[in-house]
Design a protein around this ligand. Structure first.
Ligand SMILES: CC(C)(COP(=O)(O)OP(=O)(O)OC[C@H]1O[C@@H](n2cnc3c(N)ncnc32)[C@H](O)[C@@H]1OP(=O)(O)O)[C@@H](O)C(=O)NCCC(=O)NCCS
Length: 173
């Protein structure tokens, strides 16, 4: 897949195997992973599996998770994801837009900047008409990102596997 999106400060493109070191470092940070899944940092092997899965999604569907690269430095600084939230069966079928940014780049508006590009791709290039984001109830930074994107609260529920309270935000094309 040769999709590449450019924003003012970022480049979005599918993950490559060469992203493993940088992405594993982001996923090993407990502060980054605090409100994701079971709240535990992810080891290098789990990150490697995540990259493989994401590359397969691009190959099979023509869309998936974008690696987010800082244009000025060429550093991998996070992701903007398009993925099916299988962990929350009650809202399926739907596609989730997600975001994760390295801690040393927080507060620069990178997540909304990257997510805006991924959402534009989903709506304009793929033809999706609705996206959701599932966010831990206490993840105020991520809730702010959803608000900046113009998403609205659709429901509050619990992620069954991990028994975690989450808010579902939605955005229609
Ligand atoms: C949520 C996240 C992606 C936001 O990314 P970002 O690029 O920093 O987004 P923004 O710069 O727009 O900041 C969003 C909010 O984060 C908070 N924030 C900003 N800088 C911060 C910092 N240094 N430390 C903690 N929170 C901070 C603020 O509440 C901010 O809202 P504001 O702009 O109205 O003040 C980022 O905090 C992150 O990667 N968190 C861990 C992964 C995660 O939880 N992802 C979402 C899962 S649903």
């Amino acid at each position: 897949m040769s999709v590449e999106l450019k924003t003012e400060r970022l480049i979005l493109r599918p993950f490559a195997e060469a992203d493993l070191e940088a992405f594993a470092a982001i996923n090993a940070d407990p502060e980054v992973m605090r409100y994701i899944g079971d709240g535990k940092p992810r080891d290098r092997e789990a990150t490697r599996e995540g990259i493989v899965k994401s590359r397969r999604a691009w190959d099979e569907q023509g869309w998936g998770t974008f690696a987010v690269v800082e244009t000025d430095t060429s550093d991998l600084v996070g992701f903007a994801a398009l993925a099916v939230p299988n962990f929350l069966p009650e809202i399926l079928p739907v596609v989730e837009v997600g975001w994760r940014i390295a801690r040393d780049r927080w507060g620069k508006g990178y997540a909304p900047e990257a997510a805006r590009a991924a959402i534009g791709f989903a709506f304009n290039d793929i033809g999706m008409t609705r996206l959701v984001s599932c966010i831990h109830r206490d993840n105020t930074a991520s809730i702010r990102v959803a608000e900046k994107l113009g998403m609205t609260l659709e429901r509050e529920t619990t992620v069954p596997e991990v028994n975690v309270p989450c808010k579902v935000y939605e955005l229609n094309r």
